[in-house]
Ligand binder design. Sequence first.
Ligand code: OGA
Ligand code: NI
Length: 391
Amino acid sequence: MISAKRGEGGGDIFPICTFIYKYCESLQAKRRSKMGISDVVVNELKIDPAFVLSPEFRPKPVEVLKELDGIPVIDLAPLLANDEKGTQIIVEQIAKASEEWGFFQLINHGIPIKLLDDVEVEALKFFSLPLEEKRKIRRTLEHPLGYFDTELTQNVRDWKEVFDFVTRGKLEFAAADGTLNVQENKWPESPPFLKDVCEAWKEATLGVAYKILELLTLSLGLPATYFNPLFDKEDTNFMRLNYYPPCPAPDLVLGVSGHKDSGALTVLVQDEVGGLEVRRKDGEWIRVKPRRDALIINVGDLFQQVWSNDRYKSVEHRVVVNEHKERSSIPLFINPSNATNVFPIPELLDAQHPPKYRQYNWGDFLQALKTSHFKNMRVENIQISHLAINS
Ligand code: OGA
Ligand code: NI
């Protein structure tokens, strides 16, 4: 690189040197900005730099991975058998798991595995379609449902493709100008059975999700149905088909960067490939071992932190991708109506437990969140922690 500092001589040649120096600098800068977080490896691997994480956020090498059986497994059989005593024990197990992990797996949940097999087969058919076909039902900023392959978590692109639909068939909310905005699910023409199998899986998992919501509510010492009116008619639940293609550089990217789910709770199934990691209390990322017979429940910011006023903590999680295998997962996000104003539950507050979060409107929050997953706002994604009093 030619370098010439002002005052270092150079006579007549100095302006030319300066010009060449500046020109080289500007070329370098252009290259840097085009490559984002660039390094040679990235270049050789031909990975779009928009996916590449800064080193501190990258996944751990496989050798130091700790796979975990250990997130609590809770057996729902006593609940399904209407065994009152057994159900009380489940409530206690849920409370403990929520305090210690924010994640647990449910077995004997009563949902036939065949329903899951069917969704996975149809979902794979959909994601195998050519990109132009999938993009016919592409999600836009104005219409947040359908296919999407450019989601940002904390402004870095996730190595995944998704298909989103709302469980009520349509989303209705008041637009900024006061008019009613109605958005319906976008289903692809092919594969023809995708809609039917997704609807069947949705019905089955919704039943379990609302049961768990009631047990969580009981675990806070509130009546089981305390929150039901917020979900009864106008919930904003949505289901997502996640597809993580094989990745040539799984050590540089994540399928989903570390995040917390914002809603009340999430019911998730993952296939046998695995890749979901949960951040344990000591900061260590722990891989959740796939279990075909289990539903993974994680409690979101809204329930865990705000309603419970930090009695429970919602937990960060992320997805590591695989060099050779594709992976799928299906989360169902349970969210209240747009009109819901969220604030710490007064019954849980007293002089020793003052409110830790400001009130916010769920519909406004959801709208801002969707925008920040869509556009690079050059700031962190909106998060509940931003609403903490004293934050
Ligand atoms: C999510 C998520 C985990 C997974 O979609 O919010 O955390 O295993 N997914 O795909
Ligand atoms: Ni999540």
